[in-house]
Design a protein around this ligand. Structure first.
Ligand SMILES: [Zn+2]
Length: 321
């Protein structure tokens, strides 16, 4: 990299001219407080900020929406349309003496993403501690799916050693089976192959991973809800305590500015777009009908809101941070 003065000399410029930095600059600040608590019946739910991906626009992000449609949707939701903001949050549920972490964030490890975009993750652990919870207190970790921004927080970057060796990790059997199939790697696009290799080099040897079938109650008060499409075994978590309910929706509604306003858009982030749309509409309709709270892994921080039907689409009334 050239310094401004050297560059100015090299290009024969006036040394007073600013030189444009080739590296993209981050535009989104971390929240002042990286944890946020709400109650759902007798449960305490704590959102933990993990980071943000400031994704550059690219054709093909949606198969049935253009870059200008995407920018319009961002503007309509009140965002700077210069980039696609994809924040990452994880959620802790404390109920009946159990402390349950829902997804583990990206662990500060970027893989398979465009190298000139800004991708911050791995703030979750510090924010967990700031919320007064020691990592050893986590009894159970529920995993919505095996994408890097949801599971790399389980792995130490240098050694792949488990960050939570004593927690039971529960995941849908369909998701576990898909990613641990040795024949999978060659069927994936090149940019996903290293993810499959990393999963296969660690997950099958961990004794604390429990794949489960169906939509059972996996910990007291939380049921798995099958929502395939984003990945083959993608799963939402339904928390219920007394009359109150929260759907921890994972990536079913991905970024609300797109998926709520345009549930029919098929994103490159969904492995099977049509199946993801069916799961999305089914889950969102249920949340509206039962007047549940919703949160999502990539909702605007801290991600809690009430969902309403708005004609052919949905709208989110966010709870304050
Ligand atoms: Zn995600």
């Amino acid at each position: 990299m050239l310094s401004a003065a050297t560059a100015a000399a090299a290009f024969g410029l006036d040394a007073g001219l600013a030189v444009v930095d080739a590296k993209p600059r981050r535009r989104t600040e971390d929240p002042e407080r990286g944890f946020c608590r709400i109650t759902v019946g007798e449960a305490e739910v704590i959102a933990l900020y993990d980071g943000i991906w400031e994704k550059p626009h690219e054709a093909g992000f949606f198969s049935n929406a253009s870059i200008s449609d995407v920018k319009d949707a961002l503007r309509a939701a009140g965002f700077n349309p210069a980039f696609v903001p994809i924040p990452i949050s994880t959620y802790v549920v404390r109920l009946k003496g159990k402390t349950v972490l829902c997804d583990a964030g990206g662990g500060g490890q970027v893989q398979g993403y465009n190298s000139d975009s800004i991708f911050i993750s791995g703030r979750m652990l510090d924010n967990l501690k700031a919320a007064g919870i020691r990592p050893q207190e986590i009894d159970t970790i529920l995993i919505s799916h095996f994408h890097p921004d949801h599971i790399f927080g389980l792995l130490r970057e240098d050694s792949d050693a488990p960050v939570f060796p004593n927690a039971e990790i529960i995941v849908a059997a369909a998701e576990h089976k898909f990613w641990t199939d040795p024949a999978l790697t060659s069927r994936l696009p090149p940019w996903r192959q290293s993810l499959a290799r990393r999963i296969q080099s660690v997950i099958p040897s961990w004794k604390n991973v429990l794949p489960v079938e169906g939509e059972d109650e996996v910990v007291p008060g939380i049921r798995f809800v099958s929502a395939p499409g984003h990945t083959p075994g993608h799963t939402a978590f339904h928390l219920s305590s007394g009359p109150e309910q929260l759907m921890i929706s994972g990536d079913t509604a991905y970024v609300p500015a797109f998926c709520l306003r345009h549930p029919e858009w098929h994103g490159a982030y969904d492995q099977d777009g049509p199946a993801a749309e069916v799961s999305r509409r089914k889950l969102l309709d249920r949340i509206v009908a039962d007047r549940m709270l919703i949160c999502g892994s990539h909702f605007p921080w801290p991600g809690f809101g009430r969902l309403v039907r708005d004609g052919a689409h949905y709208a989110l009334d966010m709870l304050p941070a």
